[in-house]
Ligand binder design. Structure first.
Ligand code: HEC
Ligand code: HEC
Length: 215
């Protein structure tokens, strides 16, 4: 097949292609502004102590974020709890493809650390945290081997709330890995006393000074 474009048609065609490309760029920029507005309105600072404020968003890997966004969208995570419903509503209208872009964007947000278990050295709960939690969450190797998130970028209110969600069965999975299941069973296997000691320990290992409970 022979398509002969006249000079003016070629020019028009080129102009259209250039326009299409520049439109794409504009869309990409617009999207990140939309996400900033939509997401950061609720993920606003260093605390997530209500059902409508989420944790600080930076510091998490995009794979992990994508997993969570899908879990919220499909109701595996937190169905029946107002905090998770807030998030499910926020992502309900995005396609899985869009969620991929959003996760990529969200993982690039700069964030500060809010939790450091080493701050609690010598306190009640330090040993318990070391035995039950540290292996998966507090070393590069541990996280890599188990696909565990870096929880040091999360605020301590949020960390404690998630422990209760795992314990009470609000946080579930579609086809869980053995490490995700372990996360659930570790929390469920704690006695009430242990959970309380751990909660206090985590609250005290906050880098946001005003949150410290003791002294
Ligand atoms: C109306 C408020 C609101 C909006 C809007 C919102 N979020 Fe959330 N988000 C929350 C709350 C509340 C939680 C905590 C839910 C829970 O505790 O289960 C949360 C949790 C999350 C989590 C889980 C974090 C983790 O460590 O597991 C991610 C990821 C997240 N949001 C990303 C986003 C993104 C990306 C957007 C924008 C598309 C967004 N959120 C918009 C309120 C909101
Ligand atoms: C076998 C490894 C393993 C152990 C042990 C473990 N976790 Fe986890 N943890 C995970 C994995 C994997 C996830 C991610 C679950 C998911 O995909 O939603 C997770 C998720 C979490 C979250 C939610 C993070 C977020 O961004 O919402 C918190 C908080 C947490 N763990 C704290 C703890 C604490 C505290 C302990 C000790 C009592 C502990 N974990 C023990 C593997 C582990």
């Amino acid at each position: 097949m022979n398509i002969v474009l006249s000079g003016s048609m070629t020019a028009k065609y080129l102009a259209a292609v250039i326009l299409a490309f520049s439109a794409l760029n504009v869309v990409a920029d617009d999207e990140s502004i939309v996400y900033q507005k939509e997401c950061l309105g609720c993920h606003v600072g260093s605390t997530s102590n209500s059902d409508v404020t989420g944790p600080p968003l930076g510091g998490l890997a995009d794979k992990y974020i994508l997993r969570q966004l899908k879990a919220f969208k499909h109701g595996w995570r937190g169905a029946g709890h107002p905090a998770a419903r807030t998030m499910s509503d926020a992502v309900a209208s995005y396609s899985d493809e869009e969620l991929k872009d959003i996760s990529h964007w969200a993982s690039s947000i700069k964030s500060d650390k809010h939790f450091d278990y080493l701050l609690g050295k010598g306190r009640d709960g330090y040993q318990l945290y070391g035995d039950k939690c540290k292996g998966c969450h507090d070393s590069v190797i541990g996280r890599y081997m188990t696909g565990s998130p870096k929880i040091s970028y999360l605020d301590t209110d949020y960390i404690i709330r998630q422990l209760h969600f795992f314990d009470e069965g609000f946080r579930n999975f579609d086809q869980p890995t053995k490490h995700q299941l372990k996360m659930q069973t570790v929390v469920k296997s704690l006695t009430d006393d242990e959970l309380e000691v751990l909660t206090r320990f985590i609250a005290n290992a906050s880098l946001d000074k005003y949150e410290n409970l003791d002294d």
